[in-house]
Design a protein around this ligand. Structure first.
Ligand code: ATP
Length: 134
């Protein structure tokens, strides 16, 4: 069976580099499933879990925005930040949820609201990936 090489890269360096059977990612226009041989495309990603399927098993990476570039044999994800489940500090993410919720309650303007809402989404995504709650 054909496989796909997947690279997930952030400004801090590479986060994931492996061969998989299938990738599922959340783009701005919806979820996409990518199999080997997919037509080339580039799409913006939203905050969400990227699912990587290999030999009937699934791994998840928490991804914060960026882009996915698809080529028939290789997928590159360039993200603002990304963490594989085993590298997620869940205590930190839970603290980030608390801070974001407080900021949402005491927001001064729409910029505060938008920033807190994004921080909340990033933290909830990390918690869900850590807990395998996808
Ligand atoms: P925090 O408020 O906890 O810093 P954040 O959402 O503002 O969270 P980011 O700006 O998205 O953090 O990420 C900054 C760096 O910290 C990135 O390298 C990211 O991978 C890492 N990071 C953030 N939160 C966690 C976490 N809970 N576990 C592991 N790494 C994390």
């Amino acid at each position: 069976m054909k496989t796909l090489i997947v690279n997930i890269v952030t400004p801090d360096g590479p986060v994931y580099d492996s061969e998989v059977d299938m990738i599922i990612a959340k783009t701005a226009s919806g979820e996409i499933g990518i199999l080997p041989g997919h037509i080339p495309m580039v799409a913006p990603l939203v905050i969400g879990a990227v699912k990587l399927k290999k030999d009937g098993k699934s791994e998840y990476v928490a991804v914060n925005g960026g882009f996915v570039e698809v080529r028939p044999e290789k997928v590159t994800i360039l993200a603002q930040s990304a963490e594989v489940a085993s590298n997620i500090d869940v205590t930190r993410a839970k603290e980030a949820v608390k801070r974001a919720e407080e900021r949402l309650q005491h927001k001064q303007d729409s910029t505060d609201f938008n920033r807190a809402e994004l921080a909340l989404k990033r933290a909830m995504n990390r918690i869900n990936v850590y807990e395998g709650n996808i």
